[in-house]
Ligand binder design. Structure first.
Ligand code: NAD
Ligand code: TYD
Length: 373
């Protein structure tokens, strides 16, 4: 790759631009990084779409080392200005439209943020760091967060996805993430933009917006609403506890080789229906006086997602052998911690449930599937 140094054993982490840091994984990562890196300052650029919230950034450790900027990653002038003014040495790019079902019902914002927005960030970084030479002596870094969904869907006997599995995205969401990954590689190869890339599996844990499977099921069950399982419920995801993911990204920033991709997975692959039943069992135990017990009776099999990927699974051998990372949580302890977090954050839940946009989304997505209250 043009101009890329092969290894980054001692990296400069000082002024960091995190995009999408008011969303689920981004806010967990901001919290994690402030804890483990005492000398950094985080500039957090987030447009605060429906998925982002300042509620996710309350009670940050050492919050004076965190500056929030509300803005769009597509705003090239704003991004360049942030890079120059704050002498950003590391960009960690989480911002995205992230929900497959929304991408099926309306792909346009996915093209805009995931493709055009990633291009704007890459080009701004190239302008400031490479063309203007406005970069730290140790060298800057662009870290891109992506997904296992770029690899497509596994058949029953297929080996898990590795870093060399060919891209075969199936949903509009996955296609836009694949496009953004390819742009990152192209900027590395053509212009020598120093980058690392991680593709992770399905995350779950605190602060996840309740449009995704696990928080949706917890919130619906608490309200005695149907638990809509798509198709036969036998689809498989490789569940990764969000804090484990944060730890892996931090390690890649510290020790990952420039120009490399690392797969991050949870080594946990129960079928969707098992996940939902496990959540119900945990709620039966933790909310013993609920009128909705046994919560499993709320499960409702509903119309499948169009083009639904059957199975994802990650081969994490590369990050494990090169950087010594492996997940600390399995779904047994991770789901329990997650349910406890939602039970302890009723005000956070209420804020989302009271929003018109959220209720419109639920009606649009589940009304069409014939979910009955
Ligand atoms: P999220 O939807 O919870 O948060 C996305 C954040 O990006 C929000 O705060 C939103 O306001 C912000 N954002 C959206 N468009 C923006 C724009 N144009 N400019 C600035 N900010 C904008 O997403 P997440 O689940 O936290 O995912 C974060 C990243 O991880 C994404 O890149 C996603 O593709 C990737 N990923 C997520 C998962 C998962 O299971 N959640 C799995 C694999 C990869
Ligand atoms: P989701 O959390 O949307 O993540 P992704 O589509 O990125 O994997 O969905 C996880 C799995 O759960 C997926 O197979 C679709 C399924 N699912 C349901 O069965 N019901 C639901 O209401 C949702 C949101 C998802």
């Amino acid at each position: 790759m043009a101009g890329l140094s092969p290894a980054a054993s001692e990296v400069n982490l000082k002024n960091i631009l995190v995009t999408g840091g008011a969303g689920f994984i981004g806010s967990n990562f901001v919290r994690y990084l402030l804890e483990v890196e005492p000398n950094i300052h985080i500039f957090n650029l987030d447009a605060l779409t429906y998925a982002g919230s300042l509620e996710n950034l309350k009670d940050l450790p050492d919050s004076k080392r965190h500056t929030f900027i509300q803005g769009d990653i597509c705003d090239r002038t704003l991004v360049e200005d942030l890079l120059r003014r704050h002498q950003i040495d590391t960009v960690i790019h989480f911002a995205a439209e992230s929900h497959v079902d929304r991408s099926i019902l309306g792909p346009a914002p996915f093209i805009q943020t995931n493709v055009v927005g990633t291009f704007a960030l890459l080009d701004a970084a190239s302008q400031v760091w490479l063309r203007e030479g406005n970069a730290s002596a140790e060298g800057p870094r662009f870290h891109h967060i992506s997904t296992d969904e770029v690899y497509g869907s596994l058949g029953p006997g297929d080996p898990p996805f590795s870093e060399v599995t060919p891209y075969a995205p199936n949903s509009p969401y996955a296609a836009t993430k694949a496009a953004s990954d390819q742009l990152v590689r192209a900027y590395g190869h053509t212009y020598g933009l120093p980058f690392t890339l991680t593709n992770c599996s399905n995350n779950y844990g605190p602060y996840q917006f309740p449009e995704k499977l696990i928080p949706l099921m917890i919130l619906n069950a608490l309200q005695g609403k149907p638990l809509p399982v798509y198709g036969d419920g036998m689809q498989v995801r490789d569940w990764l506890y969000v804090v484990d993911h944060c730890e892996a990204v931090h390690l890649v920033l510290r020790k990952g080789r420039l120009g490399e991709t690392y797969n991050i997975g949870g080594n946990n692959q129960p079928a969707n229906l098992e996940i939902v039943q496990e959540i119900c069992a945990i709620l039966d135990e933790l909310v013993p006086y609920s009128a909705h017990r046994p919560h499993a009776k709320l499960v409702q099999m509903v119309a499948d997602r169009p083009g639904h990927d059957r199975r994802y699974g990650m081969d994490i051998n590369k990050i494990q052998t090169e950087l010594g990372w492996k997940p600390r949580h399995d779904t047994a302890n991770g789901l329990r911690d997650t349910v406890k977090w939602y039970l302890a954050h009723r005000a956070w839940i209420e804020t989302i449930l009271s929003r018109r946009e959220y209720n419109q989304w639920v009606d649009q997505n589940y009304g069409e599937r014939g979910v009955k209250e």
